[in-house]
Design a protein around this ligand. Sequence first.
Ligand SMILES: [Zn+2]
Length: 80
Amino acid sequence: MSVICTLFGHRPREDDYSGGEYMRVVPGAVDGINREHATLYATCPRCGVSYRAGQIHLPKRQSEAYLEGSVAALRGRLGE
Ligand SMILES: [Zn+2]
């Protein structure tokens, strides 16, 4: 890691909108309301170190949401 990054933090990524490097997503735990948490990692363009850039809730795909609704409806019919 460079001295500048040590003193002031990593350099922000500037090319996200131009098709540059994608951040890496590392899935985490699923909480009590069925939200999946994940951590985003980026690579500093100045020193090349991978650093934690933030955390997100992973969005559900439409098919997953539909299937969960169907399973809940079937469980309701079965009285579970
Ligand atoms: Zn850096």
